[in-house]
Design a protein around this ligand. Structure first.
Ligand code: HEC
Length: 138
């Protein structure tokens, strides 16, 4: 009986724990991660990506890509920070494309919403944040 009460306390502690830190352990099939972006920054889809990002991604990832969008605080998992070289340098374009396509709770999947070219354009757009200045921390 005492054991059960202990278990309940543990469960409660886990449930009320603050948002977990960003979890970079998101497996991507090798075939997907090796895909190469067919677009260049000259593509019209690369230019359009900024609008798509502001419509669909900035609410969580922030308009500067630093993971501090207005919804970010409410999420159980922190949105990725695209201004971080530790996050962005090890990730291939194929991995970014796969993650945008499939999503992972609480992030929605975008393969039903945006075409392949639109998603590859978003990959290019995410890459530019690393060079952009990060927003001031509050
Ligand atoms: C509802 C909030 C939300 C929206 C909207 C959202 N994301 Fe995310 N995104 C997240 C969260 C939270 C994670 C971290 C998920 C995890 O690791 O399980 C994430 C992770 C990612 C990752 C993976 C980063 C990594 O290091 O593994 C990419 C890429 C990404 N988002 C791109 C986008 C793009 C592009 C859009 C818009 C088309 C978008 N997201 C919209 C919340 C969101």
């Amino acid at each position: 009986m005492r054991f059960t009460v202990g278990g309940l306390i543990l469960l409660a502690a886990i449930t009320i724990a603050p948002a977990s830190p960003f979890d970079d352990n998101w497996p991507v099939p090798r075939e997907a991660s090796e895909r190469v972006n067919p677009l260049t920054t000259e593509s019209p889809f690369a230019k359009k990506a900024r609008l798509l990002y502001n419509d669909s991604c900035a609410i969580c990832h922030g308009d500067r890509g630093d993971g501090r969008g207005p919804e970010a605080e409410q999420l159980g998992t922190r949105p990725a920070d695209f201004t971080s070289s530790a996050v962005m340098i090890p990730m291939s374009d194929g991995e970014l494309f796969y993650k945008i396509s499939k999503g992972r709770n609480p992030m929605p999947a975008f393969e039903g919403k945006y075409s392949e070219n639109e998603r590859w354009g978003l990959v290019l757009y995410l890459r530019h944040f690393l060079k952009a200045p990060p927003s001031k921390k509050k």
